[in-house]
Design a protein. Structure first.
Length: 224
């Protein structure tokens, strides 16, 4: 099991709500190191997570006191994990495939939830239009070394600008009613009748009277 240790994070109590007005956050450098590079997407997640934690008046999660729902699988989710302590493996990072830059942060103890959504009016490309010209070349592998260097430098510059932009210009941050997900559970294991590998009973399929894992299961459909 892999543990990512952050030296700059303050330890919180088992109650995710706190009256601490001087809370500390993992640095943006921590998030960039975990993610591998600096980009606007990572910056979105970092700012969103920080805004959500501040609105909830909480700190970084230790053991499922905090729950985060992310509505995309983009770069920003890495920053969210670093700042909140919510992870897939811990069971308190929930992914919804909505392809939206929207994040919801929930405190189990206070039952409060904060939704942070990127505003349509915030245009990242307008910060540095040159990046839009360089991006296709860099992503296709046809950019020169100089162009790649320029692209990275400009991406860094966009990130700095974003981090210096007032949160309210980038995001809508508000309390919402949210169903609090149950805590992670441990299920019994069953053996797949086809491949022989073990699987959690909660995710099994039954085919011809036998327990089958999802990859081995032959889905029935009529072309719909």
């Amino acid at each position: 099991m892999y543990y990512y240790i952050l030296q700059s994070v303050i330890i919180m109590s088992s109650d995710c709500s706190t009256e601490n007005t001087t809370r500390e956050f993992a640095s943006f450098e921590d998030a960039a190191k975990f993610h591998g590079h600096v980009c606007p997407g990572l910056t979105i997640g970092y700012i969103a997570a920080k805004a959500g934690i501040e609105k909830l008046e909480t700190e970084r999660d230790i053991d499922e006191e905090l729950v985060t729902i992310v509505e995309n699988d983009a770069c920003g989710v890495d920053a969210v994990q670093v700042l909140t302590g919510c992870t897939i493996g811990k069971g308190n990072l929930i992914y919804k495939d909505h392809a939206k830059q929207v994040f919801t942060f929930i405190c189990r103890e206070s039952k409060k939830a904060v939704r942070v959504a990127l505003k349509a009016s915030f245009n990242i490309d307008s910060i540095d239009p040159k990046v839009s010209e360089l991006r296709p070349k860099v992503m296709s592998g046809t950019a020169t070394e100089e162009e790649v260097k320029e692209f990275r430098e400009r991406m860094d510059g966009i990130s700095v600008t974003m981090r210096n932009t007032p949160v309210e210009e980038m995001f809508e941050v508000k309390f919402v009613d949210a169903k609090i997900p149950g805590k992670a559970r441990i299920f019994n294991s069953l053996q797949c009748a086809k491949c022989g590998e073990m699987m959690a009973e909660s995710r099994t399929r039954v085919q011809n009277g036998e327990y089958i894992c999802i990859p081995c299961y032959e889905e029935y459909n009529r072309g719909w």
